[in-house]
Design a protein around this ligand. Structure first.
Ligand code: ADE
Length: 374
């Protein structure tokens, strides 16, 4: 299938080897979680379907993005590209436009690449076997487990940030969950839970057990101010009993945030603006942007920066907006100026577009906000 070879995850071993917890605890947790999920699960649109494509799209969108943000994007994607064939055939511009504002655009490009592989190699039918799902671009162990358990009710474990938080607290695991052995131990526990769910013979038990862990992490067992009072498994939770909730999970020291400053220029001429498309292989690849530069600390005026970066003096300069946002560990400040240049600036790949045409292009979130200030 795709060229990147992914490591096959270690199988979940039956209980006893490698376990620091009791089978009894697993047996008690599973019905408590399943019951709680039945009455507390949010009514989310991707929970009303068993279509693996719809579930796959939701899982990719939900990586690094909150449910409330994803909802309108998922609805629109499913309306515009209702099946794998449609996703495979869409133009890259359409894919980027549908993803505009969600960030991490490689996710969208991988989704389309995978859809094209499924059309070419599988007649458009989403695979049913975990290994085949895992082999698709953009799908890792968590996402393959989530799709196979939710769409097909297969007893496959999931482990993401939410589930790590829930399990490290319930089992009182104090070591860094990203360390190899601890991570393996957490996958092992997640596997034991979903296998136990399967044994209960409850309808959709594997799907619901995995989603109960996600849901508990999102609604109750939150990073700050967890709602332990309403937690369905508090009696089984080591962190609750030992008052260690705030310490777990132990994610170690976070890297300090780094401040970065950028200046962007909406270069105006004859009612049009100059924009360029970012190249492949960089952050926000293929998205459109206003020409911009990173500032290196020296305080310089926008006229000076524009002159040295783009080889033209500015006849008119006006501040449009100052935007602050974060990407990974960077705290970014972006100052945007409207500039009327004295001469045509030198900008490789630049094209002139009217405001109406700009609205149809896919910009990253910060540059899209500049559009509103033109
Ligand atoms: N986060 C990741 N997958 C999810 C899902 N299926 N429902 C809600 N939140 C999620």
């Amino acid at each position: 299938m795709n060229k990147i070879t992914k490591q096959k995850p270690a199988a979940v071993r039956p209980h006893s080897q490698n376990s620091v917890h009791s089978g009894k605890k697993i047996r008690e947790l599973v019905p408590a979680l399943l019951n709680w999920f039945t009455t507390n699960a949010r009514d989310l649109p991707w929970r009303r379907t068993r279509d693996p494509y719809a579930i796959w799209v939701s899982e990719i969108m939900l990586q690094q993005t909150q449910v409330k943000t994803v909802l309108p994007f998922w609805e629109r994607w499913m309306r515009e590209l209702p099946d794998i064939q449609a996703a495979a055939n869409a133009s890259p511009a359409k894919i980027h436009k549908l993803w505009e504002g969600l960030g991490y655009y490689t996710r969208a490009r991988n989704l389309q690449k995978a859809a094209q592989i499924i059309v070419k190699e599988r007649g458009g039918r989403f695979p049913e076997h975990f290994d085949d799902v895992l082999a698709l671009p953009g799908i890792g162990r968590y996402t393959a487990g989530a799709i196979c358990s939710i769409a097909y009710n297969q007893p496959l474990p999931i482990l993401d940030g939410n589930v790590i938080r829930v399990l490290t607290r319930i089992f009182g695991i104090a070591r860094d969950p990203r360390a190899k052995e601890t991570n393996q131990q957490l996958w092992q526990i997640a596997g034991e839970l979903v296998n136990r769910a399967k044994d209960t013979k409850t309808k959709n038990a594997c799907s619901h057990l995995n989603q109960s862990l996600m849901e508990l992490g999102a609604l109750v067992c939150t990073p700050r101010n967890p709602q332990c009072g309403v937690c369905p498994v508090k009696k089984l939770c080591v962190a609750f009993r030992e008052d260690r909730i705030a310490e777990l999970p132990n994610t170690g020291k976070r890297q300090a945030a780094t401040a970065r400053r950028f200046m962007a220029f909406a270069i105006a001429r004859n009612g049009k603006y100059l924009v360029r498309q970012r190249p492949a292989g960089v952050v926000n690849a293929h998205l459109w942007e206003f020409p911009n530069v990173e500032l290196n600390g020296d305080a310089k005026s926008p006229e000076e920066i524009f002159q040295t970066s783009f080889g033209s003096s500015a006849a008119m300069v006006r501040l449009l907006c100052v935007l602050k946002h974060s990407i990974t560990r960077y705290r970014i400040t972006l100052e945007a100026f409207r500039i009327e240049p004295a001469r045509l600036p030198r900008i490789r790949g630049g094209v002139w577009r009217t405001p109406a045409q700009l609205k149809k292009l896919a910009f990253n979130s910060a540059h899209k906000k500049i559009l509103a200030h033109l």
